[in-house]
Design a protein around this ligand. Sequence first.
Ligand SMILES: Nc1ncnc2c1ncn2[C@@H]1O[C@H](COP(=O)(O)OP(=O)(O)O)[C@@H](O)[C@H]1O
Ligand SMILES: [Mg+2]
Length: 249
Amino acid sequence: MKELLKINKLSKKYHTMKGEIEAVKDFSFAAGNSSFIAIVGPSGCGKSTILSILCGIEKKSGGKIYFGKKDITIGYMLQNDTLLPWLSVLDNALLGLKIQGNLTKETKKRTIELIKTYGLGDFIHCYPNELSGGMRQRVALIRTLAIDPDILLLDEAFSSLDYQTRLEVSNDVYQIIKKENKTTIMVTHDIGEAISMADTVIVLSKRPAQIKNVYNIELNEDELPSSKRTHKDFNRYYKMIWEDLDINV
Ligand SMILES: Nc1ncnc2c1ncn2[C@@H]1O[C@H](COP(=O)(O)OP(=O)(O)O)[C@@H](O)[C@H]1O
Ligand SMILES: [Mg+2]
């Protein structure tokens, strides 16, 4: 298999006291190495469910998921990814490795390198409340990267930030992901965020999530998301995706 990830007719039904909730239906998709995929869709359509299934938190009800690599490692960064306030930047960044039982001299060294590379070297012994929102987000991303994931899952990871910070963090995260060469799947309800960061945008229908459209985003990868937003094609994609989402209906 050439792809790193292949999903075939994935489906998910939750069984609750009130009955069955169909969250995902017939979701098929493949992701190559180093691709950056954004998934957009209305609130409650099943986006997070797809990521939860990919990382094994939830069980699928049907379909198949293939990984193009043995012992795949998946990093998951959630919405409002909170750092533990009583731990330093370094200890927060090492948390994922500790939980995995993979904290060694080697992995600790690598994490310190990541912290330094991404401009937090001077803050390594600081606590979260001493950092800006953008910096905290960067620590959360470093924590996810510290486990050296093959696939990075981001679930509305920036939605708690104010608009200005979100733009800055998008640039920041984009550069880090490109440099680390990670295959990324990002869930967002922000169309602009999806177009300016991803190379492929999957648009989902209302629940149960089904693929409505897939866009191949042909904007210059070497430009930062904030700069891609000024491109005339950005608006063209925006309009098409906006219409897919039926936001006014
Ligand atoms: N653990 C769960 N048990 C029951 N229903 C759930 C559970 N998780 C999510 N759902 C329901 O599944 C649907 C899709 O949820 P979710 O994947 O979180 O949507 P999104 O991330 O697109 O907002 C929603 O109706 C939600 O209420
Ligand atoms: Mg969600």
